[in-house]
Design a protein around this ligand. Structure first.
Ligand code: ATP
Length: 191
């Protein structure tokens, strides 16, 4: 049976913290493939207008050049509207009916999992994997969800911090991969 990881987020922009999560998930969960899935609109960030889907996708693709087991999937962008995890997990379940699905989530989202849309069905379709983040407490996974915590390579950078640095004209490398930093500069993002 194949093991497939699903890693959703705004990725505005993708940064080294995300890449370290991806690498540790591939290694610790022995994933065959990991999909990074940018949200059209995160249900947790409805008050924020993200950068265009086109720019966020472009930066993800630049960050993943040459990777074979880690890829971008634009299913949520294509679907549009608010991006609910259940719709995405159903899609991957239909696409890979034989695979075991792992869904990665930040520790800050674990306590609210039971309130996510179609939580019962969601808990049956995927195992949830909690990503470590410096400063976040160890939160138990609430039933009926099943899952585990990643060891990871905790690295305390966030996309908001990158946007702030870009606004202040501070260097973005090595907090984002150099081609992503160049894309931000050339397109004057976050200024
Ligand atoms: P923002 O600062 O805009 O909220 P972010 O970097 O925290 O952005 P997303 O781009 O939405 O968040 O990240 C997608 C997922 O990656 C989320 O589950 C988030 O918790 C997780 N994540 C982001 N940065 C890190 C990090 N440095 N370490 C571990 N997990 C992270």
């Amino acid at each position: 049976m194949k093991s497939i990881g699903l890693f959703g987020g705004s990725f505005d922009p993708i940064h080294t913290g995300h890449l370290l999560v991806a690498q540790s998930a591939i290694e610790e969960l022995k994933l065959d493939r990991l999909f990074l899935i940018p949200a059209a609109r995160s249900p947790f960030k409805l008050d924020l207008q993200p950068s265009s889907a086109e720019n966020r996708l472009a930066m993800l693709r630049l960050a993943l050049v040459g990777r074979t087991n880690c890829e971008v999937d634009d299913v949520e962008i294509q679907r549009g509207g608010t991006s609910f995890t259940i719709d995405t997990v159903r899609y991957f379940n239909q696409r890979f009916p034989e695979a075991k699905l792992y869904y990665l989530i930040g520790a800050d989202n674990v306590a609210g999992l039971t309130k996510w849309r179609s939580a019962d069905e969601l808990s049956k379709l995927a195992e949830f994997v909690v990503i470590p983040r410096p400063g976040e407490a160890h939160v138990p996974i609430p039933p009926p969800f099943q899952g585990r915590h990643l060891g990871g390579f905790p690295f305390g950078v966030s996309a908001s911090q990158i946007r702030e640095r870009a606004k202040s004209g501070l260097p973005l490398e090595p907090l984002v991969p150099p081609p992503v930093a160049e894309f931000v500069r050339n397109n004057r993002l976050y200024t």
